[in-house]
Design a protein around this ligand. Structure first.
Ligand code: PBG
Ligand code: ZN
Length: 345
């Protein structure tokens, strides 16, 4: 007589084994099942309030000239910059960063046009404050757009002279404050310029004007399209004697520490995408409001790939801006600010 085990006993052992194998208490996929649950547990959220929109302001009226290497970005005369700011405000953008493009004949060895009250940046600040009073206005403080040689400072032979440059930068910052800028953003990387700017602003009773310093600005190939847009490529040499070596991160922390000591309110890392580790360390070590600049070349490479149909621009943009925010940036300066603000709303 053959005995067959009862069916339940027969399958009990393999079923237990199978159960043990698949009885996962933790199933991360539970939190990815629907848009609602993914949105619920998302750790990094993009907010329009965190975005800063750079604008290139030129002379003239009714000028809206697209930058070939930066599709969607234009050189704008003051009236057009005001219109663009108003349109950005409707998209939810709250801050703009202004770069000035003087006429070629107004460029000279010391960048005299940089602290001219009638120059494009100063005029645009006044006009934007008039027409879009809720908009935070940040101004770029540097000399490279204003010097005939395209360097960020005063040169002696092939040397960019630090201390003479710092004096000029402080005057430029005060001139932006006089026009009504809320925040000045020195992008030159001279030593001691944050302290000199702070002192000059305070002396001129602009103690409430904040400084967003390009504290860790790397010597990057990704500024190429910007130099087309701003006509600010150096006529000789490069920017390696003041901008940082991409290989260094400890040095970035020293730069940030110095700028904070000198009175910086917001510290910036630039570029963004290849420097996420720098952003993360700066945020972690100092806990200061930290900005990251998604620069012209980073924008241009996304645009170029999207235009070739090689990637989905909206998705790529969201991913990039999310990654920069996830790394620790509180503030993202980006030519995508309008699109990103619309997306984030
Ligand atoms: C000027 C300045 C540059 C950028 C911001 N301010 C270019 C440079 O240092 O050559 C780059 C911005 C961008 O690439 O989007 N000092
Ligand atoms: Zn410069």
């Amino acid at each position: 007589m053959t005995t067959t085990a009862p069916p339940s006993a027969e399958s009990a052992a393999p079923r237990a084994a199978r159960r043990e194998m698949l009885d996962l208490r933790q199933r991360p996929r539970r939190l990815r099942r629907s848009a609602a649950i993914r949105d619920l547990v998302r750790e990094t959220r993009l907010s329009p309030a965190a975005l800063v929109y750079p604008l290139f302001v030129c002379e003239g009226e009714g000028v809206r000239r697209e930058v070939p290497s930066m599709p969607g970005v234009h050189q704008l005369s003051v009236d057009e910059a005001v219109r663009e700011t108003a349109a950005a405000a409707r998209d939810g953008v709250r801050s703009v960063l202004l770069f000035g493009l003087p006429r070629n004949e107004d460029k000279d060895a010391v960048g005299s046009a940089a602290d001219d009250a009638a120059a494009p940046v100063q005029s645009a600040v006044r006009a934007i404050k008039q027409e879009a009073p809720g908009m935070l206005v940040v101004t770029d403080v540097c000399l490279c757009e204003y010097t005939s040689h395209g360097h960020c400072g005063i040169v002696d032979g092939d040397v960019i002279v630090n201390d003479a440059t710092v004096g000029r930068l402080a005057r430029v910052a005060v001139s932006h404050a006089e026009a009504g800028a809320d925040v000045v953003a020195p992008s030159d990387m001279m030593d001691g310029r944050v302290g000199a700017i702070r002192e000059a602003l305070d002396d001129a009773r602009f103690e409430d004007v904040a400084i967003m310093t390009y504290a860790a600005k790397y010597c990057s190939a990704y500024y190429g399209p910007f130099r087309d847009a701003a006509d600010s490529a150096p006529a000789f040499g490069d920017r390696r004697t003041h901008q940082m070596d991409p290989a260094n991160v400890e040095e970035a922390l020293r730069e940030v520490a110095l700028d904070i000591e000198e009175g910086a309110d917001i510290v910036m890392v630039k570029p963004a995408l290849h420097y996420l580790d720098v952003i993360a360390r700066v945020k972690e070590e100092f806990g200061y409001p930290t900005a990251a600049y998604h620069v012209s070349g980073e924008y241009a490479m996304l645009k170029a790939a999207a235009r070739n149909g090689w990637l989905d621009e909206d998705r790529a943009m969201r991913e990039v801006l999310t990654a920069i925010t996830r790394a620790g940036a509180d503030i993202v300066i980006t030519y995508y600010a309008r699109e990103a603000a619309r997306m984030a709303r």
